[in-house]
Design a protein around this ligand. Structure first.
Ligand code: GLA
Length: 427
């Protein structure tokens, strides 16, 4: 008896020590949190369509359009200025005064725009970078971190995209990148204004592992998205198309959750190959719909990158599908994982736990031929439901009651996604 106890104790010590060797060292800094973004942020960003060709009039018209065409009411509330709102190009050290907006593009100033956004039920976002210059060559925040955070707070800013990819680069050590984000996070917290913090570093330095600890609410998992669903061939290694971005997210699901999200980059729905910034020739209606569905499944932030004033009726319907948006905004904050795949047919099934006990399920056809897709509830979804009810979230139709010997199977076109909700029937 005594020997057993001794052996058990020794085994415990051995296992604990072995386990400790594989554990990353605990962070030496306290965790930061602003308590915001309990669900993935939704809104509009200027970059994908307009680059730095932005103006007061564009933003006012964007706000007015989104207030009246259903986008605001579907949840797209952030109106985010990306790069190019700043007055000066060049190094910050040549412009040591407080950061200013370009007076030609924004004659009434940023506070006027954020007040306008707030008066119409929106929130307002801004962009800058930590170095001397931002990615588009405007002055960065180096040496002015606290001052800039205070300026943005005084303008009524609710979201900051702070983009280090051009100043720190893909090989910058984690400690260096972490410090610059942490410093801005602390500066934002010091303003006492609730400001959602996007730590944007193009998916380098394993940012998903540490950014939430440093107070970030979202971080990009990859470089920029192009306007392509599946670019056929090698491009330049910089862009991740829709399917590549989804693959990039595999294995990173656990880093996302309420308050801190893996960001698969801004939406390309509606760009139709007309972006002034992104490579790519555009996608079909079906591909844009699949892209939107999958961004909801993986709980990515949802920032519309197209010109909302000229969206087609189809794209508007895509972006305002409340049943699909409910997957993105579910309070449990889970990220869908691949539960089944067929490498020959190039089909995948993604599933995500919902807070009401149901499952959001996406049947994704990555291939170029129509395929029948199904999923085994026991083997793949690990549920012991005798029967389940299936709803098609794009058709807005109940598809019937199914069970393990008769699982839901459906024909899925090339590059199409069937967005489904499986709800157990217990009686
Ligand atoms: C980087 C980012 C883009 C955009 C531009 C702005 O390329 O990845 O999303 O913010 O900078 O210059």
């Amino acid at each position: 008896m005594r020997l057993q106890t001794v052996l058990l104790a020794a085994a415990f010590v051995f296992l604990t020590e072995a386990d400790d060797q594989h554990r990353p060292p605990p962070p030496t800094t306290p965790a930061l949190s602003n308590g915001l973004a309990k669900t993935p942020p939704m809104g509009f960003s200027t970059w994908n369509q307009f680059g730095d060709q932005i103006s007061e009039q564009l933003i006012i018209e964007t706000i007015d359009t989104m207030a009246s065409n259903g986008l605001r009411d579907a949840g797209f509330v952030f109106i985010n200025l990306d790069d190019g709102w700043q007055r000066y190009p060049g190094n910050r050290s040549y412009h040591p005064g407080p950061i200013e907006a370009d007076p030609v593009k924004f004659p009434k100033g940023i506070k006027y725009l954020s007040d306008y956004a707030h008066s119409k039920g929106f929130k307002f976002g801004i962009y800058n970078g930590p170095g001397q210059q931002t990615c588009a060559g405007y002055i960065g925040s180096e040496g002015h971190v606290e001052e800039d955070a205070a300026t943005w707070a005084s303008w009524g800013v609710d979201h900051l995209k702070y983009d280090s990819c051009c100043s720190e680069g893909p090989t910058a050590p984690q400690a260096e990148v972490e410090t610059i984000f942490r410093n801005m996070s602390l500066a934002l917290l010091a303003t006492k204004r609730p400001i959602v913090f996007h730590a944007c570093h193009c998916g380098w330095a394993d940012i998903w592992k540490w950014a939430a600890h440093d107070g970030a609410n979202q971080w990009r998992i990859g470089q920029d998205i192009p306007d392509d669903f599946n670019y056929p061939g090698y491009r330049d290694g910089y862009y991740f198309d829709v399917l590549e971005m989804l693959d990039r997210g595999r294995g990173l699901e656990k880093y996302s959750g309420p308050g801190h999200w893996n960001d698969y980059d801004m939406l390309i729905v509606g760009l139709n190959g007309n972006s002034t910034q992104l490579e790519g020739t555009g996608c079909s209606n079906v591909e844009y719909r699949s892209h939107f569905t999958m961004w909801c499944m993986v709980a990515s932030p949802l920032l519309i990158g197209a010109d909302v004033r000229t969206l087609s009726a189809y794209d508007l319907q895509t972006l305002t599908n409340k049943e699909v948006i409910a997957i993105s905004q579910d309070p449990l904050g889970k990220v869908a994982t691949v539960v089944h795949e067929d490498l020959t047919l190039q089909t995948q099934v993604y599933a995500k736990d919902m807070s009401d006990g149901s499952k959001a399920v996406a049947y994704l056809n990555r291939g170029t031929l129509t395929a029948n897709i199904t999923v085994d509830p026991f083997k793949d979804l690990h549920v012991w439901w005798k029967q389940y009810h299936v709803r098609d979230l794009w058709k807005h139709q109940d598809m019937g009651i199914f069970n393990f010997s008769n699982p839901y199977m459906v024909e899925v076109f090339a590059h199409e996604v069937k967005a489904l909700r499986f709800t157990p029937i217990w009686s």
